[in-house]
Design a protein around this ligand. Structure first.
Ligand code: PLP
Length: 384
């Protein structure tokens, strides 16, 4: 049996990507615009809004981080403002707040979805308002593919009139009450980075509520040129558009997205099965049937009181010895050195998840042999 590295999540091409890239080369569309860019945008739009039920639009960008940056700009976030943000997430969710000179205010998770807690969110809003500043936006994240508590978060957000930016970077293919993630925010962002469920090698998208917001997004993403024959600028712009070559990869990947979701969900089932025989390890699953997760990464919580003393780190190191990659959950932003002075509202849920949670290999390209190796290593780790 081979001992090749088993990765947490690696790119998985479908086969048609190369054809779209070749087309770009043949037609000399090697620019941050072209038929693959518009085709990819249309594919995403048809996927997220299969019934075409509203006026939403998609803009392909160079990264998910760029999409968040342009969303915050369009919400009018400026230096000195505050933006509420889920603490347990990747730093890219919070960094664009700081690009604008604004302050992130971090919010704890709840146990059911691991995402932003509606109770702590409301407490934070009331306290920030009492201190004299109403937050300009809420960044809520569908971590590892599990939708956040969308109804509860929207209820709080609309009670105070604060728009939600939906960070759906990890949740393309997930849904809530039958509606796709990426459709819920005032702005929603997607990522096609190399480790995500589908990839363009690097890329992202912003989902906007209407055509006007789409046009504004493209304007900002292409250096904010005024309508003039020469280069004239009345606003600060960015170079954030996706290249037509990368978008070609994206079009090929969209053809296999549903297969990728099915394969990731099968990995989740594999872990549910594997850990059903092991005391003290819980596989994180959705709270109920309203939630459909793409299970981008499978997550377990290790309770050393029930495992006979084996903790998250013991499991991680044991897997590493067997050349199997695993990773602790995102280290919460309020625990990060760079954000130590930012306000935080919570009760220790994210801290505990960080201490006990582990992401396991979840790629859609793992083989039966890989699963057998993972299974053997896990069982050996908990034997005793
Ligand atoms: C990957 C990711 C991003 C950023 O996307 P990039 O395309 O890598 O810039 C933002 N938020 C979350 C939760 C992510 O996982």
């Amino acid at each position: 049996m081979s001992n090749e590295k088993i990765w947490l999540s690696s790119p998985h091409m479908g086969g048609k990507e190369q054809e779209f890239i070749n087309e770009a080369f043949e037609q000399n569309w090697i620019a941050p615009l072209g038929p693959n860019v518009s085709g990819f945008e249309q594919d995403i739009k048809d996927y997220i809004f299969p019934e075409g039920e509203n006026s939403a639009e998609v803009v392909a960008l160079s990264s998910g981080t760029a999409a968040l940056h342009l969303a915050l700009i369009q919400l009018g976030v400026k230096a000195g403002d505050e933006v509420l943000c889920q603490s347990m997430t990747f730093a890219a969710s919070a960094n664009p707040i700081v690009y604008l000179g604004a302050t992130p205010v971090f919010i704890d998770s709840e146990e059911d979805t691991l995402n932003i807690c509606p109770i702590e969110l409301e407490r934070a809003i009331q306290d920030r308002i009492a201190k004299g500043k109403k937050p300009k936006g809420i960044i809520a994240v569908h971590l590892y593919g599990t939708p956040y508590k969308i109804d509860e978060i929207n209820k709080v957000a609309s009670a105070y009139g604060i728009p939600v930016i939906e960070d759906s970077a990890e949740a393309l293919g997930s849904s809530y009450k039958g509606k796709k993630c990426g459709s819920f925010g005032e702005f929603s962002i997607l990522s096609f980075n190399g480790n995500k469920i589908i990839t363009t090698s690097g890329g992202g998208a912003l989902v906007t509520k209407n055509q006007q917001a789409k046009e504004k997004t493209i304007f900002l993403a292409t250096q904010a040129r005024d309508a003039a024959p020469h280069y004239q600028h009345s606003e600060i712009g960015y170079n954030y558009r996706l290249s037509n070559v990368s978008a070609g990869i994206g079009r090929g990947q969209m053809l296999v997205l549903d297969e990728r979701v099915a394969a990731r969900r099968a990995m989740h089932e594999f872990y549910v099965d594997l850990f059903s025989e092991i005391n003290g390890v819980e596989v994180h699953s959705v709270p109920d049937n309203d939630y459909f997760s793409n299970h981008w990464l499978s997550v377990v919580k290790v309770d050393k009181k029930q495992t006979g003393g084996i903790n998250r780190e013991n499991l991680r190191l044991f897997l590493e010895e067997n050349n199997i990659e695993s990773r602790p959950l995102w280290k919460p932003m309020h625990m990060q050195p760079i954000f130590k002075d930012s306000p935080f509202y919570g009760k220790g849920v994210a801290e505990a998840l960080f201490e006990n949670g582990l992401c396991l290999p979840s790629g859609s390209n793992l083989s039966d042999e890989d699963r057998a190796r993972i299974s053997r290593a896990v069982k050996e780790c908990f034997k005793k």
